[in-house]
Ligand binder design. Structure first.
Ligand code: UDP
Length: 418
């Protein structure tokens, strides 16, 4: 029985490999024939200048292996000669990431990718275009290696789409401002380290917000929210709209940082460092359910307390949070209530850090499903959220998104300020 199952799996995977090979060779041949006039031009130019048409150039893949690729010695689009490597099977269209710049081998060795050859396209490239943080590098590469030809093709198309829409446009400075609001151009690891840090020098609870297109639209109308956002300890930037706005302001964003992508990384870090949580917000027992789910998912996680987000008396809630002894408070009351509530009450909170996290508890309790990975990879999670709650989210997205783009491209508010 087991033997039959193993044989079936082996034959399925060799079918997949064959399909991938056929697709690779067919696409490489089709591209070669389209580019034939350019190849002839480059070859003739090389020969006319007394050089061999092709030479080999050395690169490293992310596992530290040397990858030798053809380049034209003269002409234009010189690296297009790597199509010959693809046709010959030296590299794949989709494979282990090649590092196209300076690197040191010891640093990359730890990401050694199992078995696959180097590829021109890869999932890390795709995720870096939208700043998506969707898991650790070895497991992302392992699942890329197992995917079939159709998913390979889809990945190439997604990368081409994201390159057109979100391509890098400026500097990657650590401290920046968009719409006149300062933010930290952080990667996820640094952001989580900040949340878990002891902040012993601070007198009261440190506060972090996630800026997105909706909070910017609200801040444009509400002076109070605008002031609150500029007075936080840290702001992080979330969403494809903000990526476009930052690019327009000449800022190249690092990771896309929102509460929902941050929480798994934060939970792991909290288990390691002894951090504990209080979850405040959402309807009925959603916070309790989210807490239970998190404790199951992250053994050793310390959830000290939960409370729904439809309360009237701040004093009771603050007493409950302080009595719990939690070091990290997640406030999920929706914008602008959560930001304003935190700004008003932070000096009475004993926890070390508090984050305003929007609909996060709904996702982690399982009451609202998170968008599928392909939508998040394309920066289109908002379409999913609109589909989940069309009435509640209509004005935020259907009206709010065009208004936001108007602010960016016509009013140039991401550069000038709100
Ligand atoms: N919410 C709350 N109290 C309120 C208003 C809203 O607890 O007075 C909760 C609401 O139930 C939801 C969250 O705040 O769980 C807001 O989610 P939303 O989708 O608006 O947040 P986003 O992630 O889009 O910022």
């Amino acid at each position: 029985m087991l033997h039959n199952k193993t044989t079936q799996q082996t034959s399925k995977s060799s079918e997949q490999n064959l399909l991938r090979r056929v697709l690779r060779v067919t696409c490489a041949a089709a591209l070669t024939s389209v580019m034939l006039p350019l190849f002839i031009f480059n070859a003739v130019l090389s020969i006319a200048t007394f050089r061999a048409p092709l030479k080999k150039q050395k690169w490293l893949d992310i596992g530290g292996e040397v990858v030798e690729l053809y380049v034209w010695q003269a002409g234009v689009f010189k690296s297009s000669a790597m199509l010959f490597n693809i046709t010959a099977g030296d590299i794949h269209f989709v494979g282990t990431p090649i590092i196209w710049g300076e690197t040191t081998v010891p640093n990359v060795r730890r990401f050694k990718s199992p078995c696959a050859k180097a590829g021109v396209f890869d999932c890390l490239q795709l995720h870096s275009l939208t700043g998506l943080v969707a898991g650790d590098i070895p497991s992302l590469l392992a699942s890329q290696n197992e995917q079939g030809a159709v998913k390979d093709l889809a990945m190439v198309l997604k990368i081409l789409f994201c390159r057109c829409v979100y391509k890098d446009g400026g500097e990657k400075t650590a401290q920046s401002a968009v719409f006149g609001i300062p933010f930290d151009n952080a990667n996820m690891e640094d952001a989580v380290n900040w949340v878990c840090a002891s902040h012993t020098e601070a007198n009261y609870c440190q506060v972090g917000y996630f800026l997105n297109a909706n909070s910017i639209n609200l801040a444009a109308k509400q002076q109070e929210l605008r002031a609150v956002l500029t007075q936080s300890n840290k702001n992080f930037v979330d969403g494809s709209g903000m990526r476009l706005a930052a690019r327009h302001a000449g800022i190249n964003l690092a990771d896309n940082i929102n509460g929902t992508d941050m929480l798994p990384v934060l939970c792991r870090k909290a288990v390691e460092t002894g951090g504990s949580f209080f979850l405040l917000g959402a309807k009925d027992d959603i916070a309790q359910k989210a807490g239970d789910a998190l404790e199951t998912q992250f053994p050793g996680l310390d959830i000290r307390g939960t409370h729904h987000g439809y309360f009237k008396d701040d004093n009771d809630i603050i007493e409950k949070i302080n009595n719990s002894g939690a070091t990290i408070l997640l406030v999920a009351l929706g914008s602008p209530r959560q930001e304003v509530w935190l700004a008003k009450n932070r000096h009475r909170l004993n926890c070390r850090c508090a984050l305003a996290v929007g609909g996060l508890l709904d996702f982690f309790s399982g009451s609202i499903p998170r968008a599928p990975l392909w939508m998040r990879e394309l920066g289109l999670e908002w379409i999913w959220r609109l589909m989940q709650e069309p009435k509640a989210k209509f004005s935020r997205y259907v009206i709010g998104n065009p208004v936001f783009l108007f602010r960016v491209y016509v009013l140039k508010q991401s550069i000038r300020g709100l």
